[in-house]
Design a protein around this ligand. Structure first.
Ligand SMILES: Nc1ncnc2c1ncn2[C@@H]1O[C@H](COP(=O)(O)OP(=O)(O)O)[C@@H](O)[C@H]1O
Ligand SMILES: [Mg+2]
Length: 299
């Protein structure tokens, strides 16, 4: 459950109380020694900026470090994590939501060291689930607690579904390209997240840059505008070079970090991975907080 910022004192007090309760519950979970997968969402304002490629290749880069990684495709419109990997799963999240399958039945091991959960357009029904179905789905997601890192490819835009994933995650990675339209839309999605009291930590990635300077300039622009007009801190996670290995890998259905490990795009991804692993990650949050935020306390 997420609480809108508001100006009335009474409501604020109430919110503070509820936040304290949430923090308390989180600490109790920590003491119980449960595992906490780190949850990263990959989102953008505009489509086609490279989210799915980043989700998969970053996931593989984490797996190369020995992490247990699950990449979940929560793109409602264009579910395609499995397509980029050349995998045709029999079942997807739709079947879990419909209670026809368990998560453990639909999760797919890949030859790249990551596991994937295929998405489906039927996933949009998540927003309209009855309490009982929602509780069932949350229980299913809890079975991912063994993972070290869960990467969620949310798709573009600020639909209710995308927002609920963003709010619930530990870290929201927002992807833009240097195109003015992508930058404007990136700002739009940052603005949507920032209207929440308990938002995730927001990190920016600039994809398809032709020089380091270009990446730096675009990132500074977004970060400065977000700071100035929204009073929200956005971290600069880094950039990814424009590289012909990316479209080639998509056509070959073979991720570029494997098919072209020395390419500029692969180097860029590894750089992002190192930055994400260097950043000290507190054990707070994780799957428990994610589920709580995604579905309220019903989970
Ligand atoms: N760094 C890059 N260099 C060159 N082309 C890229 C790069 N990143 C993405 N692309 C192109 O953009 C297309 C869309 O990428 P995709 O990951 O599917 O975006 P999204 O998931 O945001 O819709 C890719 O198929 C590829 O052709
Ligand atoms: Mg995509």
């Amino acid at each position: 459950m997420i609480y809108k910022a508001t100006t009335t004192n009474g409501v604020q007090k109430d919110q503070a109380e509820r936040l304290r309760l949430i923090m308390k519950n989180r600490n109790e979970t920590d003491r119980a020694g449960k595992s906490h997968p780190r949850i990263l969402t990959i989102s953008s304002g505009k489509g086609g900026v490279g989210k799915t490629n980043i989700a998969i290749n970053l996931g593989i880069a984490f797996a190369e470090e020995g992490k247990r990684v699950v990449v979940m495709d929560a793109d409602l419109g264009l579910a395609n994590v499995n397509v980029i990997l050349g995998i045709i799963p029999k079942f997807n999240l739709y079947h879990v939501i419909r209670k026809q399958k368990r998560i453990r039945d639909i999760i797919v091991d890949t030859q790249y060291g990551i596991q994937i959960i295929a998405g489906a357009s039927g996933f949009s029904q998540l927003a309209n689930l009855q309490d009982e179905d929602r509780a069932n789905f949350v229980d299913e997601l809890k079975s991912l607690a063994y993972a070290d890192i869960i990467i969620i490819d949310t798709g573009a835009g600020v639909s209710q579904n995308v927002l609920s994933f963003l709010r619930a995650a530990d870290e929201a990675i927002i992807v833009t390209t240097p195109e003015p339209t992508a930058i404007t839309d990136a700002y739009g999605i940052i603005k949507s997240i920032s209207s929440e009291v308990m938002g995730p930590n927001i990190k920016l990635v600039v994809n398809r840059v032709n020089s380091m300077m270009e990446g730096k300039k675009v990132a500074e622009r977004v970060i400065n505008i977000a700071g100035q007009f929204l009073n929200i801190k956005v971290d600069n996670l880094g950039f990814i070079f424009e590289d012909s290995v990316v479209p080639r890998a998509v056509i070959k259905q073979d991720p570029f970090i494997k098919s072209a490990p020395k390419s500029k795009a692969s180097e860029s991804i590894r750089h992002l991975k190192s930055r994400l692993l260097d950043i000290r990650y507190t054990e707070e949050g994780g799957l428990g907080r994610f589920l709580k935020n995604l579905f309220g306390s019903k989970g």
